[in-house]
Design a protein around this ligand. Structure first.
Ligand SMILES: Cc1cc2nc3c(=O)[nH]c(=O)nc-3n(C[C@H](O)[C@H](O)[C@H](O)COP(=O)(O)O)c2cc1C
Length: 202
């Protein structure tokens, strides 16, 4: 298993997938990683709905919107659609607001856990929740927050140094390039604007 730091560095959002199915035991483990994430006041309002069934997958897919900056070039191609989904649900009988931090922590656990098992993921909030809720028979007391699409990756996006725009792009070979702000720009030492020594390397 790869160490955590290299997984974090190598993680990119994946939107093109191989046709191979994700074994159910891996998906089950990923829901456990979501369950174990930190939770404000330890209220644990989140639940995780795994979708593997082919016809249902098609319906989930139709409720999602991909890669808005390059639409439709970022959509999964036919035959390269996700082979599983984990729907993140909020139990509104436990919390009605303030659950977003819990979701971030749980989603990243799932995404990194997936990566360690060789999976690629796209976490989506562009979801037609009203249409998806009845399809998946989610009771009204639970709210669909977001969807993690999963599968074995069929693309290798690369991080690029930010140069004035956060918009990712595809080159002529179809490779996705994702600008990231520089470490120098986003890190500060002791006082805002004071920088780490240039001699330090990550
Ligand atoms: C909260 C959240 C919501 C996102 N929603 C979508 C989405 O609806 N559709 C999509 O294609 N990507 C979505 N993404 C993926 C982002 O576009 C992606 O993280 C960003 O472009 C940076 O790329 P990277 O994940 O490879 O670093 C979302 C990411 C986050 C964190």
């Amino acid at each position: 298993m790869e160490d955590l730091i290299s997984l974090i560095r190598k993680r990119r959002t994946i939107r093109q997938f191989q046709p191979a199915e994700v074994p159910l035991d891996i998906l089950f483990k990923l829901t456990d990683l979501g369950r174990l994430a930190p939770s404000a006041s330890n209220l644990q309002p989140l639940e995780f709905l795994v979708v593997t069934e082919k016809e249902l997958r098609k319906q989930v897919f139709s409720c999602l919107r991909w890669a808005a900056y390059i639409n439709p070039a970022g959509d999964p191609k036919p035959e390269q659609e996700p082979t599983a989904y984990i729907i993140i649900l909020v139990n509104t009988q436990i919390r009605t607001k303030g659950f977003e931090y819990d979701i971030g922590a749980a989603a990243e656990n799932i995404i990194l856990g997936g990566l360690s098992a060789g999976l690629g993921c796209c976490w989506l909030i562009s979801v037609d929740r009203d249409r998806l809720q009845p399809v998946l028979k989610v009771p009204e007391t639970l709210k669909i927050d977001s969807v993690i699409a999963l599968g074995y990756p069929a693309e290798q996006p690369v991080a690029e140094e930010y140069s004035g725009s956060v918009k990712y792009w595809k080159d002529e070979t179809g490779c996705l390039h994702v600008p990231k702000r520089s470490l120098k720009d986003v890190s500060h030492l002791n006082f805002y604007g004071q920088k780490f020594p240039d001699s330090l390397k990550v």
